[in-house]
Design a protein around this ligand. Structure first.
Ligand SMILES: [Zn+2]
Length: 321
């Protein structure tokens, strides 16, 4: 039986953020293409402005033959030490699958255990890495019913039904481990800065996807251009006025740094945002707060339908992930 959620209805019932903050803002940084030097530039700046956000990692190197650099992993000692320092400063380390290549169940399990050993905690928050076969409820599995058919039709050339992390008979299956190790998994992304306005139910459990404890949504800041656009002056002011919450999804390796210099526009806009009275905590801290605030956490069919349509339309219009 589905239980109706008491939503954070921001129109009628403004959220009272901790310490009387007026809104919440955080970032989930997808580790694709990352290198230590540029990461340091970005995170030193975030730390200086007192933003404590979430940086995802890969535990191990994977096999790769392509010329394109996949990104640094925890096998690099200097990077690992820097990540541990970052964690000590109050940033959160998230999981982005075990590596940038598909992993069988055993490799995923080793990766999760290694994460626990390296960071002395479970990986609380994660996002699927787009091309990995062990991704959980990914591709068209993100949607249900007719919406899945539409998605499959619109993106027929992509590997929509290729993902097997939730399929018990697959060698890529790790659904039970996901439930055991991970609390929050990212699903839908919207172009609006106020993630919570688009997904007031988060974090929510979907009984049709039993291996994920809770899902969360995010806002589209995929690369420096989209990120800067999403935190434009006008949008920041609106996020504050609406008393909302933004979980920005980005790749900090995607043109935020150019020849050892951080994007000026990014610096200016983040500085402006930092001067507002916002709650700037890591993704899981924000989600824990919302979880306590919501009375129940199971999304019902109507809510899910509305959420899926919103995302599908947003995707068709703006091509977001
Ligand atoms: Zn990725």
């Amino acid at each position: 039986m589905s239980i109706a959620i008491t939503t954070n209805n921001i129109d009628n019932d403004r959220i009272r953020w901790p310490d009387k903050k007026r809104f919440a803002f955080t970032i989930f940084d997808d580790t694709d293409g990352a290198n230590l030097k540029d990461n340091q530039l970005v995170y030193d700046y975030l730390n200086e402005l007192n933003f404590k956000t979430t940086k995802s990692v890969w535990i191990k190197n994977g096999n790769h033959k392509e010329k394109k650099y996949p990104g640094i992993t925890c096998e690099d000692k200097a990077y690992l030490n820097w990540l541990l320092e970052l964690k000590n400063k109050g940033f959160e380390i998230g999981y982005h699958n075990t590596t940038y290549r598909s992993s069988y169940r055993e490799q995923t399990k080793l990766g999760l255990e290694k994460f626990k050993e390296l960071f002395s905690q479970l990986p609380i928050v994660m996002a699927n890495h787009d091309s990995n076969k062990e991704n959980i409820y990914w591709g068209s599995y993100r949607l249900s019913e007719f919406r899945r058919t539409i998605y499959n039709t619109l993106t027929f050339f992509k590997k929509n039904q290729y993902y097997e992390g939730h399929q018990e008979k697959s060698p890529y299956f790790w659904g039970d481990l996901c439930k055991q190790y991970i609390t929050y998994v990212r699903n839908f992304v919207f172009s609006d800065i106020n993630t919570l306005k688009y997904c007031p139910y988060m974090p929510y459990h979907d009984p049709a996807k039993p291996f994920v404890n809770y899902w969360f949504a995010s806002s589209d800041g995929n690369n420096v251009k989209k990120f800067n656009k999403c935190i434009s002056d006008k949008n920041q002011d609106r996020l504050e006025e609406e008393g909302g919450a933004c979980i920005m999804y980005t790749h900090f390796s995607d043109r935020f740094c150019d020849n050892g210099k951080l994007s000026e526009q990014f610096k200016v806009q983040m500085e402006r945002l930092s001067k507002k009275d916002g709650w700037f905590v890591p993704v899981s801290t924000l989600l824990e707060f919302l979880k306590k605030k919501n009375k129940t956490h199971i999304i019902n069919d109507e809510q899910k339908k509305a959420l899926e349509w919103k995302w599908l339309l947003n995707k068709i219009i703006s091509g977001i992930q």
